[in-house]
Design a protein around this ligand. Structure first.
Ligand code: ZN
Length: 245
């Protein structure tokens, strides 16, 4: 989970439309939130990912659901309140179910930085506080089949890419050609790209990469060799902003 920035309220949700849709939901329970002009800006704000588990919502198998942070049947008046809506995958939405954030608060990644509430150990998320612990439990964020194993795969990919980067660094040190330099910087950039907000499971990738001693040493060596460039520094800085400690 990473901190998200909410898009401005869509024009579609004018005061009149909100009143009309809320009344419709209250009278016949219809899915008034299922509208492209609600769903699209939500997807943009989360980079097409589930706001909770960071899985891709553009995969054919995982379509997006509009999640009501405050459960719609308990807070019917908020059914199309822009600040109450999040893009979520079906599994997170089902896991959260009827949970009432009014009595047991959860992390809303549009409101708070998940890093303040979550930590990461052995590919599992742990709460740093009660809010974090409740969030992991309510959303089933340590489900081994769908998330912990996925995080493990992501971690293995990071280690494998770091290994390739180290080999390329050694090759560059033997013969500092432009081709070898470009190949080296390209794999480092690829690793950092997977740690950016647009990438799926970015919090996991950034956490694994930035806690990997070999990757950190590699960055230090690139700096010492004068190969560390501003665009890499910018990506590293963004990754540091989403990695869990
Ligand atoms: Zn999810």
């Amino acid at each position: 989970m990473i901190k998200l920035e909410r898009q401005p309220k869509p024009d579609y949700l004018s005061d009149a439309t909100v009143i009309e849709l809320t009344a419709k939901f209250q009278s016949d329970g219809s899915s008034v939130w299922n509208h492209p002009q609600i769903k699209l800006p939500l997807l943009v704000s989360s980079n097409d990912k589930c706001a909770y588990c960071e899985c891709s919502l553009s995969d054919e198998s995982k379509y997006m659901e509009v999640e009501h942070f405050k459960y719609k049947n308990l807070y019917k008046e908020l059914v199309v309140e822009w600040n109450n809506l999040l893009p979520a995958c079906k599994r997170c939405n089902i896991a959260k179910g009827v949970h009432d954030v009014g009595t047991d608060i959860l992390i809303n990644p549009y409101e708070v930085d998940p890093r303040n509430h979550l930590t990461f150990k052995l590919y599992q998320l742990r709460g740093r506080d009660e809010v974090g612990t409740s969030t992991v439990e309510a959303l089933d964020l340590n489900n081994s089949e769908r998330l912990v194993f996925k995080r493990f795969e992501v971690g293995e990919q990071v280690f494998s890419s770091v290994r390739v980067a180290i080999d390329r660094l050694e090759a560059y040190k033997l013969s500092s050609t432009a081709i070898r330099r470009n190949k080296l910087l390209s794999i480092v950039e690829t690793i950092l790209n997977e740690c950016q907000p647009k990438a799926i499971y970015a919090a996991t990738t950034a956490t694994v990469a930035l806690n990997d001693e070999e990757f950190l040493s590699l960055i230090m060596e690139l700096r010492a060799l004068g190969l560390w460039e501003d665009y890499l520094e910018a990506k590293l800085s963004t990754a540091q902003g989403i990695a869990l400690s």
